[in-house]
Design a protein around this ligand. Structure first.
Ligand code: GTQ
Ligand code: FE2
Length: 318
């Protein structure tokens, strides 16, 4: 290690860089890649995961692994970019999950916020902080930061859903905590008639029916679940009329979309993705996108908009 005097006497830049490096200091002006750039990089890709394949894979996993060995029987929908094996978009992860009749997925809690969108099956439920919440197709259930939650099924057949969590954001910011429930399976204390953690499809549909089509043409009929549903994740249902096309837009918010109803095509930064019910697709931030519905369709949108908004980084443009 050079001395302070030697550092001070450095008589060319290479010598100075070498002596700085010994001290873990870099020359800001000589950085090989810029730290500041005019607009977001395209680090994550638009991509679609098919429910048909997700369901087939879950059925196979159901034969091969049980909730005794797998804390959750979930399939991680990771964005296919170099070096990534987890995140779906920068801040969020989506997964398909399945539970078999009579199974119980043990209770735990963690600092990441989570939510589920139910895709198929009747008779499963989640126990959130002792409350038993039923899961019906197209319902949305929340398990916010540090709430106990476990899943169980009294169904005739398999029950399937999609999970969305802000784990990649928690990984980045570091406040990760996780623990198992002391009773392994948290007992049911109550079965409430309604809960702020449950958005039932029947209510969502009623609200959509009463909502006007967005006059700017960006979303069709759009409602927000919660305001926002979770501190880090906003949830919207967007209902598109058959044959309609939304106006091209972009936002700094990173989105994951799950198809609640219908079929169509989305064009995201020039890439066309054809979707149908249960499919999940990634709309990374600042990519121009529009949606086209071939029949009446409803898109369930999960985004990190509350994070962007609260930090002053939410921007949208045409
Ligand atoms: O159901 O509690 O897909 O904790 C990933 C982590 C689901 C869950 C996931 C989880 C869960
Ligand atoms: Fe969990």
């Amino acid at each position: 290690m050079s001395t302070t005097e030697q550092l001070a006497a450095s008589d060319n830049l290479e010598t100075l860089y070498g002596r700085l490096h010994e001290r873990s200091i870099g020359a800001g002006w000589a950085k090989p890649t810029p730290s500041l750039y005019p607009e977001p990089y395209k680090n994550f890709e638009p991509f679609l995961w098919s429910w048909q394949d997700g369901r087939a894979a879950l059925d196979a996993a159901g034969r091969l692994i049980g909730t005794d060995l797998a804390e959750r029987r979930n399939l991680i929908l990771y964005n296919p970019v170099e070096g990534n094996d987890y995140a779906t978009v920068r801040t969020l992860i989506a997964a398909y999950q399945m539970i078999l009749p009579g199974e119980q997925a043990r209770s735990h809690r963690h600092t990441p916020n989570a939510l589920r969108f139910i895709i198929e099956g009747e008779g499963s439920y989640t126990i959130v902080n002792g409350e038993r919440l039923p899961m019906h197709p197209n319902d949305v259930l929340l398990t916010p930061n540090w709430c106990w939650h476990g899943h169980a099924s009294e169904a005739e057949g398999a029950c399937y859903w999609m999970d969305c969590l802000d784990v990649p954001l928690v990984h980045f910011l570091e406040p990760m905590f996780f623990e198992q429930h002391p009773d392994i399976h948290e007992p049911v204390a109550e079965t409430p008639l309604n809960s702020p953690f449950l958005f039932a499809w029947a209510d969502v549909q009623k609200q959509l029916d009463q909502t006007e089509i967005d006059p700017e043409g960006r979303y069709g009929r759009r409602i927000e679940l919660g305001s926002p549903a979770l501190h880090s994740i906003a949830l919207h249902m967007n209902r598109l009329e058959s044959g309609s096309r939304t106006r091209t837009t972009r936002t700094t918010a990173n989105q994951i979309i799950c198809v609640a109803e219908g079929a169509g095509t989305s064009v995201i930064d020039g890439q066309s993705l054809n979707w149908q019910r249960g499919d999940v697709f990634a709309v990374p931030g600042w990519r121009p996108f529009h949606h086209k519905a071939t029949g009446d369709a409803t898109l369930f949108e999960m985004s990190d908009e509350p994070v962007m908004r609260s930090l002053g980084w939410l921007r949208t443009s045409d």
